[in-house]
Design a protein around this ligand. Structure first.
Ligand code: GLP
Length: 262
């Protein structure tokens, strides 16, 4: 895992935006895996800016990680709505190629359909991930099989508490979601994870330095050969090997610099 520790959240977000725009420039018909959550709002703002500055998303295909069970795409708290609001409606992407699990049909069917779509259009070139405070990725809550495919997963109490702020009243909040599985996520060629703030510090530590375990689903990323985790200083504060990661990144930067110069 390549670990990039930035001084600020803005710097970390900028870094991740750069990885995504570089990917699209290198391959305009990239298949991207996209994430939701508060962390991504500023990132998607940066991608909108990249589009205004001339980057085209016209040939890009996207797959979102997850959707709440029971919410139609026009529901303001659905992830389909979130994606249109924060990104898709502001760029030149073909929304017929922006895939999100269907929260309105039977979850078995929604999950099977989604795996078929990924098989047909994938593999995913670059998968963007956020990180839940309990170590979830997508909605793969603790206890998720590290070999899981897309399926319905019950939301944990932690996640219900964290995401309740987005719902007007508790009765309206779904208690499960369709999520890409951990195996599905790890099928992407490249994974870029963004985690910001002190509230994520414990999950960041467990993901990077803890044992690989269903207890912290993000720890499965330790087994993937091509992960970049970008965190800010607050999220990195509990890392035991922080100095080492920063040293490694300085070497990486030097390598990239000399490759660019040659
Ligand atoms: C949500 C999403 C995840 C996201 C995470 C963090 O519930 N399902 O994909 O990464 O929780 O969200 P936030 O950025 O708001 O902390």
């Amino acid at each position: 895992m390549r670990i990039i520790i930035c001084d600020t959240a803005a710097e970390a977000t900028e870094k991740v935006a750069g990885f995504i725009t570089d990917q699209i420039r290198a391959r305009p018909d990239s298949v991207l895996g996209l994430a939701t959550g508060g962390t991504m709002e500023r990132l998607y703002g940066r991608l909108q800016q990249a589009h205004r500055d001339g980057l085209s998303f016209a040939d890009v295909t996207t797959f979102n990680l997850d959707e709440y069970v029971g919410l139609p795409a026009d529901h303001p708290q659905s992830y389909a709505y979130y994606m249109r609001h924060f990104l898709f409606d502001h760029i030149d992407i073909d929304q017929d190629r922006c895939f999100i699990p269907d929260g309105t049909i039977h979850p078995f069917q929604a999950a099977a359909d989604y795996e078929t779509l990924i098989a047909d259009h994938g593999p995913i070139d670059l998968q963007l991930l956020g990180l839940g405070r309990n170590g979830h990725i997508g909605f793969n809550e603790p206890s998720s099989s590290l070999n899981s495919l897309t399926r319905e997963k019950a939301l944990s109490q932690d996640t219900l508490a964290a995401n309740r702020q987005y719902f007007d009243d508790d009765a309206n909040m779904p208690n499960s979601a369709i999520t890409m599985g951990i195996k599905t996520i790890c099928s992407a060629h490249q994974i870029v994870l963004l985690a910001l703030g002190a509230g994520k510090a414990q999950a960041v530590k467990r993901m990077m330095e803890g044992p690989v375990s269903t207890f912290c689903p993000a720890s499965a990323l330790q087994m993937h050969p091509n992960v970049i985790a970008v965190v800010d200083a607050d999220a990195a504060q509990l890392l035991e090997l922080k100095d080492h990661y920063m040293h490694e990144e300085r070497i990486q930067q030097m390598r990239e610099h000399s490759a660019g110069v040659v």
